[in-house]
Design a protein around this ligand. Structure first.
Ligand SMILES: O=P(O)(O)O[C@@H]1[C@@H](OP(=O)(O)O)[C@H](OP(=O)(O)O)[C@H](O)[C@H](OP(=O)(O)O)[C@H]1OP(=O)(O)O
Ligand SMILES: Nc1ncnc2c1ncn2[C@@H]1O[C@H](COP(=O)(O)OP(=O)(O)O)[C@@H](O)[C@H]1O
Ligand SMILES: [Mg+2]
Ligand SMILES: [Mg+2]
Length: 351
């Protein structure tokens, strides 16, 4: 009898991410479907860490990029999810949302975009009213860099000119949009798309704008203790039950467009519904490899994706890591790491 063909997915994650993502429930489900998740030690050469069909990673730095490149050259049939260059685009809050502005999606009832925003690199421009004449208070000041550090999540809600004194460029000034205090977090895992609701900043009324403090600082407002997020209690506690979800097909179309434009498989994006119009949606943030474990049923979602990657059911976009050439490689090999044939090759080359 032919031996069972198993696949090895290597993961290279920071300790915090590893603790939240690599749960027994995921290891068990993936294992029962022929996928073994194995830990990569980034301090050792990647190429020496056994056969790997796919590398999953959320680590940065030149040394790690060099390791991935070496691995790619030595293992042309393995997948790297995702290419470092593509991930880096999300580390700047301007380039991150540029992709959304360029996206065209056909929808009969809903529209989408990004809030009005400008980038400020220095104090001179910050206090030059002309530079941001087009924006209306309140605005959110976000660090330009979104590299996952605590600092990059530190935001200021600025109600008037006095509040500008507290800001430290480089920042993005983005118009605050009232949205009923609920944010939609749309999780993308390859071709799979799941949306969950979370608490957000409350609306700011015109009256409040006149009498409030000049600035309010906050950080990761949608993040509460992770276990609370997925159960009914959390939804009731935050009064999220009454909020109607955006149409799934609309979100799926945006997700698909972003996935191809960004050349990424693992990300989420934050969406708010403009309170002035029930059908206008704004994308305000995109995050690489977010907290998937907070999505109900994430084990199935991720295992399905791993099987898509290794079985080449889905087009997986892999990009050269350390050259200027933007080569997108479709995983087209027909063999698992021990050389057993697994079936006909159904992948297509994307233009
Ligand atoms: O820590 P978690 O599980 O809450 O996940 C964070 C995400 O929370 P979310 O899944 O959106 O609720 C979080 O999303 P937000 O920025 O809160 O929208 C980020 O993706 C964060 O990664 P980084 O600090 O930006 O590199 C994610 O942090 P890392 O786990 O990647 O450090
Ligand atoms: N333009 C905006 N209008 C209203 N609320 C916003 C806007 N931008 C951000 N927020 C609120 O601030 C939070 C943090 O902003 P976000 O850009 O998602 O940063 P982070 O990368 O730290 O998650 C969001 O989850 C949302 O609650
Ligand atoms: Mg966010
Ligand atoms: Mg973010």
């Amino acid at each position: 009898m032919a031996e069972e063909c198993r696949f090895r997915i290597g993961y290279a994650l920071a300790p915090k991410k590893q603790n939240s993502f690599i749960r027994d429930s995921l290891l068990k489900l993936a294992g029962s479907r022929g996928v073994d998740l194995v830990k990569i030690d980034p301090t050792l050469p990647l190429v020496d860490q056994g056969p790997i069909d796919c590398v999953l990673h959320k680590l940065y730095g030149e040394e790690w990029k060099r390791q991935l490149e070496e691995f790619r050259l030595r293992n042309p049939n393995a997948a790297i999810v995702d290419p470092p260059d593509a991930i880096e685009r999300l580390h700047n809050r301007i380039s991150m949302l540029q992709v959304v502005s360029d996206l065209r999606i056909e929808s009969r009832n809903e529209t989408f975009g990004i809030p009005k925003q400008i980038v400020i690199y220095d104090n001179e421009t910050l206090f030059d009213g002309q530079a941001w004449e087009s924006l209306k208070f309140p605005v959110i000041a976000k660090p330009l860099v979104a590299d996952g550090s605590a600092r990059s999540h530190r935001m200021n809600l600025v109600f008037n000119h006095d509040g500008l004194n507290k800001l430290r460029p480089p920042i993005v000034l983005q118009e605050f949009v009232n949205h009923g205090g609920v944010i939609f977090k749309v999780y993308v895992v390859g071709q799979y798309v799941r949306c969950v609701k979370r608490k957000s900043l409350p609306d700011v009324s015109e009256e409040k704008l006149g009498v409030s403090e000049s600035v309010l600082s906050f950080s990761q407002v949608s993040n509460v203790a992770s276990n609370e997020k997925v159960d009914d209690k959390y939804y009731k506690m935050m009064h999220l039950d009454d909020t109607v979800m955006p149409p799934q097909s609309f979100l799926t179309d945006i997700a698909k467009g972003l996935r191809h434009a960004l050349k990424l498989n693992l990300f989420n994006f934050d969406v708010i519904r403009d309170a002035r119009s029930g059908s206008r949606y704004l994308i305000i943030d995109i995050n690489y490899f977010p907290g998937y474990a907070k999505v109900p049923g994430y084990e199935t979602l991720l295992t399905d994706f791993f099987l898509d990657v290794v079985n080449k059911n889905e087009k997986v976009v892999v990009k050269v890591t350390s050259s200027d050439k933007d080569i997108r490689k479709i995983v087209s090999d027909n063999f698992c790491s021990d050389g057993n044939e697994i079936g006909p090759d159904e992948t297509e080359i994307q233009s």
